[in-house]
Design a protein around this ligand. Sequence first.
Ligand SMILES: *[C@@H]1O[C@H](CO)[C@@H](O)[C@H](O)[C@H]1NC(C)=O
Ligand SMILES: *[C@@H]1O[C@H](CO)[C@@H](O)[C@H](O)[C@H]1NC(C)=O
Ligand SMILES: *[C@@H]1O[C@H](CO)[C@@H](O)[C@H](O)[C@H]1NC(C)=O
Ligand SMILES: *[C@@H]1O[C@H](CO)[C@@H](O)[C@H](O)[C@H]1NC(C)=O
Ligand SMILES: *[C@@H]1O[C@H](CO)[C@@H](O)[C@H](O)[C@H]1NC(C)=O
Length: 471
Amino acid sequence: MVLSECGRAPMTPQCGGSHVSSFPNEDLPRNRSVSLPAFGIVVLLIMLLPPLSILLGLAACCSSLDNGLLRTPPMGWLPWERFRCNTNCKADPGNCISENLIKSMADKMAEDGWKELGYEYVNLDDCWSAKERDSQGRLQPDPDRFPSGIKALADYVHSKGLKFGIYSDMGNYTCSGYPGTTLDTIDTDAKTFAEWEVDMLKLDGCYSNSSVKAIGYPKMSIALNKTGRPIAYSCSWPAYEGGLPPKVNYTVLGEICNLWRNFGDIQDSWESVVNIIEWYGNNQDKLQPAAGPGRWNDPDMLIIGNFGLSYEQSKVQMALWAILAAPLFMSSDLRTISEDAKYILQNKLLIYINQDSLGIQGQRIIQSRHFEVWKRILFNGQFAVAVMNNGTDGMPRPFTTNFAQLGILDCKEGYKIYNVLERMFLGDFALDTTINIEVTPTGVVLLFLWPLCSVTYFTKPVLRTQALELQ
Ligand SMILES: *[C@@H]1O[C@H](CO)[C@@H](O)[C@H](O)[C@H]1NC(C)=O
Ligand SMILES: *[C@@H]1O[C@H](CO)[C@@H](O)[C@H](O)[C@H]1NC(C)=O
Ligand SMILES: *[C@@H]1O[C@H](CO)[C@@H](O)[C@H](O)[C@H]1NC(C)=O
Ligand SMILES: *[C@@H]1O[C@H](CO)[C@@H](O)[C@H](O)[C@H]1NC(C)=O
Ligand SMILES: *[C@@H]1O[C@H](CO)[C@@H](O)[C@H](O)[C@H]1NC(C)=O
């Protein structure tokens, strides 16, 4: 971590930088003719404290759960989408839900560059526990698949510099039929998780009704707080109530949970990804204001690297999850994941967009027959724009737009534009220029816009910054 007093070091003379940033010319293909901006060491500064949204009066709507956690969307790994409830370690020892699986993923997260990029949580999902609680009424792991116990597993994950998350269910059983957390076991379970040194809890919602959930989810939030251990709290509650007001009260949710699933489970298909994107777009007026630092809408796991998505479709999921300020939980086999998938998942500029410190969820701003345009407002006058072509006719389709249409007119000098997924600098664009791109069928172009202004957007001093160095 690099500490600096300046929110925008490369751009402001008092911080010793020049006006023009060379960001982000890493990995630009040499055989393409791209004109690079000026050279130099590139440091992007992400503000951490104080919460900018408060300083700037840009807060979405509400205060968030006061545990200090997840000021930017969490990043990590979850087993469910890829490994499901595979408990058959005799037939499938490499892929069953077991301490070995979690340890091997933690190894990969630490070894293959994931951790450095911010992917830090290695979590369990359903099917880790024994079918019965122990003699003292506590949850316990399946003894054959987790012979060392959960505390030892958490220790192992922590020893890799990573965080560890666990799963339970607010109801009589988990969705796969393991013991659930009932109203009378909430305190016991919170205490057990804290003793195991768990860093995140995903609380599912099978096998209970709405009134039990309405009591149980807030009660667990209090119980977690009482343990004294900061434990990020992921609530599946809204997904069980249709995900929308008035049945779901996002003011309440933001005060008790750090993130929440709003919608159904993702499956390994393009259709599933599109359904989720459409649902978030169609309901954005209700969902978008609910998100902010410490409180995130969760459109579910990243399926990139699995079987269902093409390369272009994988980019769509990643681009839209960045625009949506979504948690980035991979659910893939990190032992065998392809270089192509890694190239998408490890895109630094895309992660920079996802992790923007303002925490403002993006919105769909244009819909046409083939295209959807999504825009996210970022810190210090930057923007991200995703142009998605959901058509299937077999050729890249031209798309023309301009700054007025995108509603990006703040910086009169114009913007540097980067094609994030192709890792290409497209040039300096004056405000009156046309922007021409081509988008592949079921594909996306994600643009990052960097203002050419010398304007200091934010005058408040930055207390602490984290530098993201782009080589
Ligand atoms: C518990 O809640 C209090 C008050 O909201 C907060 O100050 C404290 O940091 C919380 N502790 C944990 C461990 O979440
Ligand atoms: C949960 O268990 C209670 C007590 O046995 C029972 O009354 C209730 O119907 C169960 N709820 C569900 C959703 O299975
Ligand atoms: C919900 O479940 C609880 C506990 O199982 C039960 O006491 C209550 O009557 C149920 N409420 C409704 C509205 O079904
Ligand atoms: C949501 O809950 C808050 C706090 O309990 C309450 O003030 C507010 O009126 C509720 N909003 C709706 C739409 O019910
Ligand atoms: C494609 O996007 C358009 C515009 O948002 C939408 O009306 C249409 O339903 C989408 N089609 C598919 C197949 O997703």
